[in-house]
Design a protein around this ligand. Structure first.
Ligand SMILES: NC(=O)c1ccc[n+]([C@@H]2O[C@H](COP(=O)([O-])OP(=O)(O)OC[C@H]3O[C@@H](n4cnc5c(N)ncnc54)[C@H](O)[C@@H]3O)[C@@H](O)[C@H]2O)c1
Ligand SMILES: N[C@H](C(=O)O)[C@H](O)COP(=O)(O)O
Length: 332
């Protein structure tokens, strides 16, 4: 039996609480529990007509929780003000981070085997004056690790990113050889350890149109990407690239690859989401614990309606479970 898996539903006025409640109401006895405000979940369950026994964990040891169909265990986190689905409240931004902090502490203490996160509204957390650009960066900093990698995966395609949540104008400066090498090493190791690839095949995109067109459309490929990939090859990490990003996402390349490493968020993720939105998982590679997430945002327009699709949460929960079981078997 693996250690429990924590779920943080994320922004309380978004669809995060809805999808968590609706998914759990389908019936599961796997060791998932939720870190959130109990009263908010009870209110949302009532709005949605979800029948689920919501039980406060209180002081009970997580390892002794009786996980059973029809019951959802909740680690109750105080919240500043009552929630209206679809309406953001700056006052509740600190609560969202408190759920992540608690989950991180439990993960670092070895009390949970994985963390599955629901969507957060980055803007409201920033509006509250709290420093936050995404779970990926927040968990990296909170765990004190230098580098992590955002990778989204759907059936037949994995896309990892060199840079994550930063303005497009800052992307080029953020891509240097040390960063590119660290990111590629993390991706390579994860493909072996968590995804069963014996000799990972990674396609690396260029940054500029046509991968720089021999330096006529930008020099990042020549000055940074090619030398970094050459150095990685010397370490035994073979990659293919830099390839023009507009043509690398085609079967000819993808059927012989385990992952694509894109240079920035909107170079890689639109392709991934076009292929698998609603059925993809976001995984943070390089953390000291497993973290998976949904592929979508807070969808405020759907909160409290019961219309949100549960597909990505399903994939995120299953991926976390699979990775946790595999890691615990490896260490048994
Ligand atoms: N994992 C995360 O924490 C995460 C991921 C992506 C975006 N976000 C955040 O979410 C906020 C809103 O972002 P956005 O509007 O770009 O994206 P969004 O995913 O919230 O919404 C885009 C569109 O997809 C629909 N949609 C999203 N999830 C759905 C679901 N489960 N079922 C059915 N339809 C769904 C929405 O109704 C909307 O029409 C932003 O603050 C963004 O940063 C968070
Ligand atoms: N970049 C992610 C996506 O588009 O799906 C999303 O913003 C979530 O990122 P974090 O996991 O860092 O919050």
């Amino acid at each position: 039996m693996i250690r429990p898996i924590a779920i943080t539903p994320g922004e309380p006025s978004g669809i995060g609480p809805d999808i968590v409640l609706q998914w759990c109401a389908r019936g599961t006895d796997r060791p998932y529990f939720v870190i959130a405000n109990l009263a908010m979940l009870q209110q949302r369950a009532h709005i949605l007509g979800v029948t689920l026994e919501l039980c406060a964990i209180g002081d009970r040891p997580l390892t002794e929780l009786p996980f059973r169909v029809g019951t959802l265990w909740v680690l109750d986190v105080p919240m500043a003000q009552a929630v209206m689905p679809g309406t953001l409240a700056v006052a509740n931004a600190a609560y969202v981070l408190a759920t992540l902090d608690l989950a991180t502490d439990l993960a670092l203490a070895g009390q949970i085997s994985a963390l599955v996160t629901g969507p957060v509204q980055k803007s409201i957390i920033s509006d509250a004056g709290l420093s936050f650009s995404g779970h990926t960066e927040y968990l990296r900093d909170r765990c004190g690790v230098e580098e992590v990698v955002m990778m989204l995966a759907t059936e037949g395609l994995r896309v990892a990113l060199v840079t994550t949540h930063l303005p497009l104008s800052a992307v080029s400066a953020a891509i240097d050889q040390p960063t590119l090498k660290r990111v590629t090493r993390i991706l390579y190791r994860a493909l072996i350890e968590d995804f069963g690839c014996t000799a990972p095949r990674i396609l690396v995109s260029g940054l500029n149109p046509h991968a720089g067109e021999g330096g006529h459309l930008g020099r990042e490929e020549i000055d940074t990407i090619i030398p970094a990939l050459a150095a990685l090859a010397q370490e035994g990490i073979a990659t293919q690239g830099p390839l023009p990003a507009d043509t690398l996402f085609q079967p000819h390349y993808l059927e012989r690859a385990d992952a694509v490493l894109a240079m920035y968020h909107d170079q890689g993720l639109p392709v991934l989401k076009y292929r698998g939105f609603g059925n993809a998982v976001n995984i943070t590679l390089g953390l000291p614990f497993i973290r998976t997430s949904v592929d979508h945002g807070t969808a405020l327009d759907l909160a409290g309606t019961g219309q949100a699709d549960l597909g990505s949460l399903d994939v995120a929960l299953q991926s976390a479970l699979d990775m946790a079981e595999q890691r615990e078997q490896q260490h048994a």
